[in-house]
Ligand binder design. Structure first.
Ligand SMILES: N[C@@H](CCC(=O)N[C@@H](CS)C(=O)NCC(=O)O)C(=O)O
Length: 202
């Protein structure tokens, strides 16, 4: 299988982390959808990344579906609980929170790169508030625990670290570490993992 993406997309990072943590063999191809000649529009009608193309040509999108599919391929580690409905919901909710932070951060970033006169202050404010509320919620939920849910790594941890990396990359002025020291510690722990190191350098 091959994963199409870019190194800056937080959704791509999440999908890559799932494949890397589960040791699922794949090729990672950098393929920005905005570049002429990109394969992305051919394989994903939405023209978005990540897109996971299986060996028979079937394409899986988006990152939520890629994570769900990949997690069923093996159990080491099991990133989405299967038997316990509440635990499963909580992991999916962590993912929804992290994805929501990514969504709002991308909106703010897209406003920032517009000419100053065209930037919508109300949109920037609305999404910045959403990010700050979500970070405060995430920090309170995590507390001093090592993992988002349960006693081992889950999709929630991978989604959350992907969102935090994106904030560092595009909205460094947010200083989420200063506001939430437990998130800073979480990030430091996650950053030491081989999977995260791989997505940061390649
Ligand atoms: N909800 C989707 C979001 C995917 C998405 O919006 N990806 C962005 C990159 S961060 C994209 O492909 N945008 C189109 C483009 O870059 O041209 C997911 O989880 O995969």
């Amino acid at each position: 299988m091959k994963l199409l993406g870019t190194n800056t997309s937080p959704y791509v990072r999440k999908a890559r982390l799932v494949l890397l943590e589960k040791n699922i063999a794949h090729d990672y191809l950098i393929d920005p959808p905005s570049e002429p000649g990109s394969d992305v529009h051919r394989v994903n009608p939405l023209g978005r990344i990540p897109a996971l193309v299986l060996d028979d040509g079937e394409c899986i999108f988006d990152s939520v579906v890629i994570a769900e599919y990949a997690d069923t391929l093996n159990d080491s580690p099991m990133l989405i609980p299967r038997g316990d409905a509440l635990a499963r919901m909580r992991v999916r909710r962590w993912e929804a929170l992290a994805d929501g932070i990514m969504d709002s951060a991308i909106v703010v970033r897209n406003e920032h790169v517009r000419a100053a006169a065209k930037q919508e202050a109300a949109i920037i404010e609305m999404h910045t508030l959403a990010i700050n509320r979500a970070l405060a919620h995430v920090a309170a939920q995590l507390g001093q625990r090592e993992w988002c849910e349960g006693d081992h790594i889950s999709l929630g941890d991978l989604a959350l670290v992907s969102a935090l990396v994106y904030l560092d990359l595009r909205l460094p002025e947010m200083d989420w570490r200063g506001a939430h020291s437990n998130l800073a510690a979480f990030f430091q722990r996650m950053s030491a993992r081989k999977s995260v190191i791989t997505t940061m350098k390649e």
